[in-house]
Each structure stands twice: as C-alpha cells, then as structure tokens.
Ligand binder design. Sequence first.
Ligand SMILES: NC(=O)C1=CN([C@@H]2O[C@H](COP(=O)(O)OP(=O)(O)OC[C@H]3O[C@@H](n4cnc5c(N)ncnc54)[C@H](O)[C@@H]3O)[C@@H](O)[C@H]2O)C=CC1
Ligand SMILES: O=C(O)[C@@H]1CCC=N1
Length: 263
Amino acid sequence: MNEIGFIGAGNMATAIIKGYIKHAVSDIFVYDINPEQVQRLAGIGAKPKASAGELAESVKYLFLAVKPQNFGEVLEELKGHVSADTVIVSIAAGISSDYIKEGLGFDVKVVRVMPNTPLLLGCGASALAQIAPATEEEFSFCCEIFKASGEIAVVREDQINAIISVSGSTPAYIYQITKHFVDYAEESGLDRQMALSMFCQTLTGSAKMMTESGYSLDELIQMVSSKGGTTIAGLTSFAEDGLGDMIKKACDCCTKRAIELAK
Ligand SMILES: NC(=O)C1=CN([C@@H]2O[C@H](COP(=O)(O)OP(=O)(O)OC[C@H]3O[C@@H](n4cnc5c(N)ncnc54)[C@H](O)[C@@H]3O)[C@@H](O)[C@H]2O)C=CC1
Ligand SMILES: O=C(O)[C@@H]1CCC=N1
C-alpha cells in the first residue's frame, strides 16, 4: 500500500491534502506539535498520529511540511523510525537531500518538491526532483499527488532553489503587485472591489493569452501597444525606473535566501 503521512499540518500540508484526499486510495495520516492544526486537518479527513515516529512507521510516503528552521528537530525525532523503503517528500525551501540523509543517518529515498499555495484551489504549480535511491515508480506516485492539484514540472535538485522565484514565492509577489495597482485605482476614484475584480480577470486573461494564444511574449506586448498610445507611456516609465532590474534583484534575493536556509 502507498500510505501517506504529513509531519507539519500547516498551510502547505492542508493545500496538498485537500487536493489529493479525494483521489487517495488509503488513509492520509498527520502529525503536528500543535494539536489544533491536527484537528483542523482531521476535519477534512486526515487521520491523526500521536508522534512523528509513530507516523513515520505507518507510511511509505512521509511528507515533511514543517518550516526549514524546524527540520533539525524533526529529523532528530525521526531517527530510527524511517525504513529504507520510506520515501521522504520534502517541500521545504532550501533544505537539501544531503542534509536529510545525514540527519536520518542513511541513504534514504528523497523527493524534493517546490509547490505553491494555489494548490488549495486545485490550480497549483509544483516542481519535483527525484533523488536516488528513490525509484521511477515512487517518483511518479509523488508526481500524481501534486498533479491532483495543478500543474507539475520535473527538475533536478540543483534547480529547486531557482524555481522558488518562478512559482513557489511568486503568488506573494503577484498579490503585492496587485495591491499597488488596486491602490492606484482607489486613489483615482474607482471602487476598490471592482478594480480588484477587473485586475484579476486581466491576470487570468493574460495568463491564458501567454499559454494558449501561440504568440510570443514580445508579440503579445506589441498587440497591446498602440503607436504613441497609453501602453507605451506606461512601459516606458517601467523601463526608465528599471523594472527588469528590480525584478531580477528580488529573484536573486529569493534564491539567495533559499541557499542560506540550505544545510
Ligand atoms: N507557504 C508557502 O507558500 C510554501 C511553503 N513551502 C515550504 O513548506 C513548508 C511548510 O510551510 P507552511 O505550510 O507555509 O508552514 P506552516 O507554518 O503553515 O506549517 C508548518 C507546521 O509545522 C508545525 N511544526 C513545527 N515544528 C514541528 C515539529 N517539530 N513537529 C511537527 N510539526 C511541527 C507547525 O505547528 C505548523 O503547523 C516550509 O518548509 C516552506 O519552505 C514551499 C512552497 C510554498
Ligand atoms: O517563504 C518561504 O520560505 C516559502 C517557500 C516558498 C514560499 N514560501
């Protein structure tokens, strides 16, 4: 059986479990140091376990969904409870497979994943890396779990840090940018809720244009930009203020932080 368990019952565990639970053929177990978090997930059908060790001994796929800062203590607790057949599925930013193997004291099977919060609504984006000795079959099983809640991409472990600024952290960047547009709309006398709704429809529509129209990004920009018109006025202002450099710097900071969290 392919039993699944989660250590850490926070935002991401909730998002992954919500998407997968309707496809699951066996129970999904959960443990968290905070009993309220466990109760919340029990409410959507997950089965509580009394300790990290007990959970580890009951499952084949062991998801580690705690913050990078809590990994050390969790690995310490798991020592001696994880078998050679267990697949550790780590969603933590930064934490390397070497650190997990060292923490557990043997060459454990690992799959690293960088998911994002839109998994909660079934439209997530998750990048997965297979790390030996995890097998193709085990990796495919992990891919299916994340496919249940959106799109997936297969990457190498050395690419996982770079993808955080493409999809892992990016929902927050998009919400932040949205706030600036909606703030501007409100200052201009528009209704904030209406502006948010129009902006979101524009985001969805633009995303569809990028994925389904067949036009390149440059062609799409061109289609909106009338000669001497409003779009070019805004694009010129972005270019003068160094929007590209600003975004590159933020992505660099994001990746650098993942490297700092790496152990
Ligand atoms: N939030 C996000 O958008 C994304 C988060 N991640 C990664 O997912 C991981 C989890 O993040 P979130 O779900 O946002 O965090 P969260 O704070 O919502 O959940 C973490 C949970 O771990 C529990 N916990 C802490 N120490 C524990 C221990 N020793 N034993 C058992 N449970 C313990 C906490 O009580 C909490 O419920 C992080 O490593 C993060 O890097 C990855 C991609 C996106
Ligand atoms: O902020 C973080 O560290 C995590 C990883 C990607 C999104 N949230």
